[in-house]
Design a protein around this ligand. Structure first.
Ligand code: UD1
Length: 418
């Protein structure tokens, strides 16, 4: 099992470039299943979740070519067959369930195992299923599989009980080939939803309202191939922002869409850190005192749950007391126990954590319990006293490509040991 070995090496300084967004590219890859023509995606991050989804799509007879060096992926779903991939492959990632909407829309049926992903809550797929049923699909759930059938899908009105990112994406993709119009109310408005809608429209779909809470999809007869560049990964950007803040460094991050990171930038600024926006770059200067702040995670444009653990690392050594309320997932404080091993002063009660800033954390042997929890440990280790050994880093590699190398370019000392 690989691990990261981190030695503190002072404030991070320099320039780093963010990759394409993991959470945007996965649904876009799935959208390619909606056409029998070739699609080309640029700025595809070579990370584990992308490879898992590629393998799942290949197991369905889809041709996928990934030029990792240039980060270009070509997908040709000329025909789609039922997958012969093992259950365990599907269970590796949550986004595996996003093939359901497009495949059913294209072929009239799909049978997929229940999805996996980080164990940060019960993560049901009931909202996806309710929406599919509204469109006239028939659902059967047995033996660990979800079977969806729907030859003649009809446009309909869907109200989501919660603005679920995955359900909005799956239902948008299912609706593009429906007869008539589909309206999704209380839809998620994350930047990744907007990116998916842009790609679908390039394929010939008619999607309006993405980015708001009401999305209207007018069904079309068929879709064609399209080319698209994926948006920057706002969570990776947030990770570098936190790394700069924790080490009291001065870091410029390139390939940033400021609108997407505004909630995180607002918190960083509240802490006294200077955030300078300049086109597609931001500079984070944390050479002054870093003060505590409060966070409440919410659907976009609220503070992202995916940055909660990473920003807890900032609070761990900030001046004063900060409170974090996690409203999106019910089990997203697993990193607390690991941060405490490093000397953090954190108390949790249900969905709330109170973080009392300490002068310094200390290096320890810790474990990445999920993807962003792992990133939080790396960030904390950069400024701890002594060395930190982080185990189970496959979680981190699911969502970051070359995080060790990128941080090393900023002066960090990180070694990956197999
Ligand atoms: C996506 C992101 C993930 C991020 C999350 C919230 C991807 C691949 N993953 O996950 O990184 O943390 O958005 O921003 O894009 N829920 C239900 N029933 C459903 C669906 C969701 O109850 O059918 C609940 C979930 O349990 C959770 C909340 O809704 O409590 C939000 O989940 P959702 O927005 O669907 O997240 P994902 O799409 O799984």
């Amino acid at each position: 099992m690989s691990l990261f070995y981190v030695k503190p090496n002072g404030p991070l300084r320099g320039t780093v470039t963010a990759s394409g967004s993991k959470n945007a590219v996965l649904p876009i890859m799935c959208a390619c299943l909606l056409t029998d023509e070739i699609c080309e995606i640029y700025s595809v991050p070579p990370l584990l979740d992308v490879y898992v989804l590629k393998e799942i799509m290949e197991s369905m007879g889809v041709w996928v070519q990934f030029d990792e060096k240039n980060e270009v992926m070509k997908i040709h779903a000329k025909r789609i067959s039922s997958s012969d991939a093992k259950h365990t492959l599907w269970e590796k990632i949550r986004a595996s369930f996003l093939v359901a909407g497009p495949v059913c829309a294209r072929t009239g049926k799909v049978k997929v195992p229940f999805p996996g992903g980080c164990k940060i809550g019960s993560r049901p797929v009931d909202l996806h299923i309710k929406g599919f049923e509204n469109m006239g699909m028939k659902i059967r759930q047995e033996f660990g599989f979800i079977e969806i059938k729907g030859r003649k899908l009809k446009g309909t009105e869907i109200y989501l009980d919660f603005p679920s990112v995955g359900a909005t994406e799956n239902l948008m993709m299912a609706a593009v080939l429906c007869e008539g119009a589909t309206v999704i109310e209380n839809a998620a408005s994350e930047p990744e939803i907007v990116d998916l809608a842009k790609f679908l429209n390039k394929m010939g779909a008619s999607v309006t309202g993405a980015g708001s809470t009401k999305i209207v999809i007018k069904g079309v007869e068929s879709l064609h191939g399209a080319k698209h560049r994926v948006i920057p990964d706002r969570i990776e950007v947030g990770t570098f922002m936190a790394a700069a803040a924790v080490t009291r460094g001065d870091v410029t991050i390139k390939n940033v869409c400021f609108e997407h990171i505004r909630p995180a930038a607002a918190k960083i600024e509240e802490s006294g850190v200077i955030v300078e926006e300049s086109g597609k770059s931001i500079r984070i200067n944390a050479e002054r005192e870093v003060r505590s702040f409060d966070i409440k995670t919410l659907p976009f444009p609220g503070f992202p749950t995916d940055m909660q653990a990473i920003f807890m690392s900032i609070l761990s050594t900030a001046k004063g007391t900060g409170m974090i309320t996690e409203t999106v997932f019910e089990n997203r404080f697993m990193h607390v126990a690991e941060l405490k091993k490093m000397g953090a002063d954190i108390k949790t009660d249900g969905r709330t954590a109170v973080v009392e800033g300490v002068k310094k954390l200390s290096g320890a042997k810790v474990r990445a319990t999920d993807l962003r929890a792992g990133a939080a440990l790396i960030v904390s280790a950069l400024a701890a006293e002594g060395d930190t050994e982080i185990g189970d880093i496959y979680h981190i590699e699911r969502g970051y490509c070359d995080i060790d190398k990128k941080l090393m370019m900023l002066g960090a000392e990180i070694e990956k040991r197999d």
